[in-house]
Design a protein around this ligand. Structure first.
Ligand code: ADP
Ligand code: MG
Length: 351
């Protein structure tokens, strides 16, 4: 038979306090009677007077001491008990608990502060996780119900050829949306779990941006946008495929949120030892709230709900830029336009 581990009963803090207090009382009693003994030896005062007065004093100080000790131990233990209760609540999944940070003891104050920070971080992660799951489910549900709806309509044999073609094209549009969405979610989750940039090579950044822009020609042609290019020859060593996604998402947004006849300005080159690319549009711009949240996963500004997209573009862009050791800056004015600047450090290819 396996032996159960012996659990030693450990004293509670209050018991330790009690033992310390008893020790203090015992020592002071011994000392008091020691003093009486010395006084009597030196023949100062009568025996009764000395014994009585010191005994009364002893009793008084003992009661006072016990009172003070009980009060201070209760004061010192109460924040620890509160931390314990709060930690139990967090363990049960309640992230709304916060501890009172003010305390007479500096250490307790620090513990309370760290505890509150920890709970806040935990609750953020939890919110992000649940938000992510509900966002993904929601984004999938919309195209899936559309596909289901059009497929049901197609079952009607009396449909004209035009109607059939329309429903089939709607189904294809939604399938493509689902496929793009899946692709973005997968890329983002892969990039979030990745710490280094693989497959780096030297390529011409200006050339890459020009190519990406050309790929969007039907869209900017349709909106009759003026294109203003200032692409200087810019060799860059890094991940070609990742950076292509950056330009593609930024140019896609710039066109999507532009008004017909607007201007799209794109520049790239070296500025103060950094590779800098800038994409500017004269479109609808962003409100303060949109600007604050534009890089959040699945976030879409209000006006863009009717427009295609999933709100993952800028989240992907930011992750890629940070993986490449660069920075991204966003400037936008509602009704005036948006300017996004990507700055990348120059890395030397391994020789
Ligand atoms: N160039 C821009 N002009 C105005 N608003 C923009 C621009 N780029 C991004 N935004 C705002 O930021 C939001 C998030 O952008 P993004 O992550 O690319 O998502 P999506 O393009 O799928 O809506 C957009 O929904 C939009 O509100
Ligand atoms: Mg986008």
């Amino acid at each position: 038979m396996t032996k159960l581990p012996q659990i030693k009963a450990r004293p509670r803090a209050a018991q330790i306090f009690a033992v310390i207090i008893a020790g203090i009382i015992a020592t002071s009693t011994v000392l008091t009677y020691g003093i009486i003994f010395v006084l009597l030896k030196l023949k100062i005062g009568t025996i009764t007077a000395v014994v009585t007065s010191t005994t009364y004093m002893g009793i008084f100080t003992t009661i006072l001491g016990i009172g003070i000790a009980a009060y201070t131990s209760a004061k010192m233990l109460s924040p620890i008990l509160k931390i314990n209760d709060a930690a139990k609540k967090v363990a049960r999944g309640d992230f709304s608990v916060r501890l009172e940070e003010k305390s007479i003891a500096k250490e307790i104050e620090e513990i309370a502060k760290s505890f509150n920070i920890m709970v806040k971080e935990l609750s953020n992660t939890e919110t992000l996780r649940t938000d992510f799951v509900s966002n993904v489910s929601h984004e999938f549900k919309t195209p899936l119900s559309a596909i289901e709806g059009y497929a049901t309509l197609l079952q009607d044999e009396r449909l004209s050829k035009d109607e059939q073609a329309l429903y089939v094209s709607r189904i294809l549009e939604n399938t493509s949306r689902l496929s793009k969405l899946t692709h973005s979610i997968l890329s983002l989750s892969q990039l979030e779990n990745q710490e280094i940039v693989l497959q780096q090579e030297t390529f011409m950044l200006d050339e890459q941006i020009r190519r990406v822009l050309l790929g969007y020609e039907p869209l900017w042609e349709e909106k009759k946008l003026n294109i203003d290019l200032a692409l200087k020859v810019t060799p860059y060593y890094g991940s070609k495929s990742l950076l292509a996604q950056v330009w593609s998402n930024l140019i896609d947004n710039a066109i999507k949120f532009s008004r017909p006849g607007g201007t799209l300005s794109i520049s790239c080159g070296m500025i103060e030892g950094k590779v800098v690319a800038r994409i500017r549009d004269t479109g609808i711009g962003m409100s303060e709230e949109v600007r604050q949240r534009a890089f959040d996963k699945f976030y879409q500004g209000e006006r863009s709900h009717s427009v295609q997209g999933s709100g993952l573009g800028l989240a992907l862009v930011r992750r890629i830029v940070s993986l490449c050791g660069g920075t991204i800056e966003l400037m936008s004015k509602e009704g005036k336009g948006t300017e996004i600047t990507v700055s990348l450090s120059v890395a030397q290819p391994p020789s």
